[in-house]
Design a protein around this ligand. Structure first.
Ligand code: ZN
Length: 343
């Protein structure tokens, strides 16, 4: 099969479009013919390499897959050959207390397609049967692939971790990112008031079309100061943070008393500072969040199928143009998802 393979970490030139053997499935696994694979910032981290994470080589990236089932293992009972599916990115042991209680993203063996195991930047990918999710029939392959990782991440942040309530004020950083564009919609779905940030007027206008009530141009206005103005000095109840060092201080300062900051990433760096006096006197909560559960993905896919949540696709590349797609994503000019089409 054709696949985009890396043999070492580095810049986008390490991505090679080449022929590799088709994956061999186990009894509880399926082989999926990939039709589209969305990229995430995670792909950039994996390609560059992370200290202390021994990625297997050669390696195929790609966590967000839409496609159709090509083969099923001998023990597979819930899906059939030819069925259209989107794949849950997270693969876990399925046996530990976290997994059996439905918190599979807290499994100690949790990984993602394209992380410690081969992913979807290929014609075929193998995964456990339980990762097959119902396909939202209203979407084409490209839009279906744009859903899983960022929507489940934003959902887990807002619903599971921050326990967002109707009427609360939410600050969503980087509206143009996949997580940002999903978080705006989910927060609005739960009846919150959304303040979104972005670095261009065009992105701010798009954030408004997704439902943002207020927008902040972070290149012109200091975020925390503008949040105070927009909330009559109170601050927001919840901050959706994933930018890291560049915005961390503003994010903490933007919180109201008893506010919750939930973070799922550190695109601009992880070595952030925290003034503990703010933490205790204002009774803040700082929460980490990682990916989401399969059940959360199942729930939000129903809302996607009903048109209540919509993936935002910025640009589509062909699989053999994966290097160009990585170069494009590195520039952070996109609004929404960058997706590879696999013909
Ligand atoms: Zn487990």
């Amino acid at each position: 099969m054709k696949a985009v393979v890396i043999h070492q970490h580095g810049d986008p030139t390490v991505l090679h479009y080449t022929d590799v053997p088709e994956p061999q499935i186990r009894p509880h696994e399926v082989l999926v013919r990939v039709r589209a694979c969305a990229l995430n910032h995670l792909d950039l981290w994996v390609r560059r390499g992370l200290p202390g994470v021994p990625f297997p080589m050669p390696h195929i990236l790609g966590s967000d897959v839409a496609g159709e089932i090509a083969k099923v293992g001998s023990e597979v009972t819930t899906v059939h050959v030819g069925q259209k599916v989107v794949l849950a990115p997270g693969v876990s042991c399925g046996k530990c207390p976290a997994c059996v209680s439905g918190n599979d993203n807290r499994c100690r063996e949790f990984t993602n397609l394209g992380y410690m195991i081969d992913g979807g930047c290929a014609e075929y990918v193998r995964c456990p049967e339980v990762n097959c999710m119902p396909y939202p029939q209203n979407l084409d392959w490209v839009h279906a692939a744009a859903v899983p990782l960022v929507f489940q991440t934003a959902w887990h942040m807002l619903v599971n971790r921050a326990e967002l309530q109707p009427g609360e004020d939410v600050l969503v950083l980087a509206a143009g990112s996949g997580v940002g564009s999903a978080a705006i919609q989910i927060a609005k779905f739960f009846g919150a008031r959304v303040i979104a940030t972005a670095g261009t007027d065009e992105k701010l206008a798009k954030a408004k079309t997704l439902g943002a009530d207020e927008v902040i141009h972070h290149g012109i206005m200091p975020i925390a100061k503008e949040v105070r103005r927009l909330t009559n000095g109170r601050g927001v109840d919840v901050v959706v943070e994933h930018v890291g060092v560049a915005t961390w201080e503003d994010s903490v300062k933007s919180l109201a008393n008893s506010g919750r900051l939930v973070t799922c990433g550190a695109t601009t760096g992880f070595d952030a500072k925290l003034d503990l006096r703010f933490l205790f006197t204002r009774q803040l909560s700082i929460m980490g969040s990682y990916m989401g559960t399969k059940n959360e993905l199942r729930t939000l896919l129903k809302l996607v199928a009903a048109g209540r949540l919509q993936p935002t696709v910025d640009k589509v590349f062909e699989l053999n143009d994966c290097m160009a797609a990585h170069n494009y994503l590195e520039k952070a000019k996109q609004f929404g998802k960058v997706v590879l089409r696999v013909e």
